[in-house]
Design a protein around this ligand. Structure first.
Ligand code: SAH
Ligand code: SF4
Length: 358
């Protein structure tokens, strides 16, 4: 059992409270303070007996994420740099709805959360893995990104993507625990269909997630339609080759009755050939998946480039002519800096509406 008050389920609180000779209804009181009233310090929970507050204070000293820096402003992408209790740094990004895509009235606000400090998967194009993997985030640290960004920004967030730093599926237990707290009525209360887990393709975990009752959505970072191409940029492909990955995705789609998304970054001279487009179209059609093409965002220190616009358009048109459900993000600038900041591009379009097969 975790000892993180942000991630404890009601049943776990009840067990813990029983050990402290406290009635079970205190569980609901505590969770109400944390998630509804957004009070985190035990001393502020005024309907709890003073003795219990002191006990909780000793057992769960309040450790919240400390904001180190914030970039961006209201109605633009805002990036938050947080320091964890042990000094490590992580990022979360708040992405407003784009009026161009949703109309002026849209109130969609998405948070992109990190799941680990660093990443062990070492995809060749990605900034998050450059320094290797440091540690998993606890479930509470994942949940706290949501709470702190809402409190820092004064905005209400209604969409969550696990696309920040790290591979969420490699931190599976904490990921699920965080998803439960973010989703549950006793917790934050964001609908599971408004959460998307993005993975570089950890096949066993995709199969595990498929057996969960939660209707969270799945995005696969494909970035190569054949083993030969994918292996060049994603070492994980050696362990879980394309065919195995697609078969897990197929089972996921069938079990969940849910469309998945293929993310496909276009990188010049690497994965942008017409052959790759044709193969990708085949995968998309076979899985009835949505394909999200994203022109690569250059990363300092890495030499990869995005292809020209005409190559991007040609790639898209091959997909569409082959009957695949594909979109291309046509944003021009490379203006959104580093890590999950760049993910605004993916997030805006592909994770706009929950999509289901039936
Ligand atoms: N580890 C998970 C989630 C975090 S990365 C995963 O790989 O899916 C989230 C997305 O950002 C992935 O699709 C990843 O491939 C993409 N990404 C990483 N670096 C990028 C870059 N420089 N430009 C565009 N997308 C990038
Ligand atoms: Fe890790 Fe995802 Fe970046 Fe690959 S793309 S290094 S899995 S964060």
């Amino acid at each position: 059992m975790t000892s993180d008050p942000l991630a404890l389920a009601p049943e776990e609180w009840k067990t813990l409270l029983a050990e402290l000779d406290q009635p079970a209804y205190r569980a609901a009181q505590i969770q109400d303070w944390i998630f509804k009233k957004r009070v985190r310090n035990w001393s502020g929970m005024t309907d709890l007996p003073a003795g219990l507050r002191r006990l909780l204070e000793e057992r769960f000293p309040v450790a919240r994420l400390a904001k180190v820096r914030e970039t961006g402003a209201r109605d633009t992408t805002r990036k938050f740099l947080f320091r964890l209790a042990d000094g490590q740094l992580i990022e979360s990004v708040l992405i407003p709805a784009s009026p161009a895509l949703y109309g002026e009235a849209s109130d969609r606000r998405t948070i992109c959360v990190s799941s680990q400090v660093g990443c062990a998967y070492g995809c060749k194009f990605c900034a998050s893995g450059l320094d290797g993997w440091k540690r998993n985030l606890s479930a509470g640290e994942i949940v706290d990104q949501f709470l702190q960004v809402e409190s820092e920004s004064g905005e209400k967030i209604n969409n969550i993507v696990f696309m920040g730093m790290g591979e969420p599926m490699a931190n599976y237990d904490n990921l699920l625990r965080a998803i439960r707290a973010l989703n549950a009525p006793w917790g934050v209360g964001v609908g599971a269909r408004h959460m998307t887990v993005s993975t570089s393709g950890l096949v066993p975990r995709i199969r595990d997630l498929a057996t969960q009752p939660l209707q969270v959505r799945l995005a696969i970072s494909l970035h190569g339609a054949s083993n030969e191409v994918r292996e060049r940029i994603m070492p994980v492909n050696k362990k879980y080759p394309v065919e195995e990955l697609l078969s897990a995705c197929e089972d996921f789609t069938r079990l969940k009755k849910q469309k998945i998304t293929f993310e496909y970054i276009l990188i010049e001279g690497v994965n942008d050939s017409e052959d790759q487009a044709r193969l990708l179209a085949g995968h998309g059609r076979r899985l009835r998946a949505k394909i999200n093409l994203i022109p690569y965002n250059t990363v300092e220190g890495l030499s990869w480039q995005r292809p020209s616009e005409s190559v991007q358009e040609r790639f898209l048109s091959i997909l569409q002519h082959a009957g695949a459900d594909a979109t291309l993000r046509r944003e021009k600038g490379h203006d959104i800096a580093a890590a999950c900041g760049q993910l605004r591009l993916q997030v805006e379009k592909s994770f706009a509406q929950p999509e289901h097969l039936n």
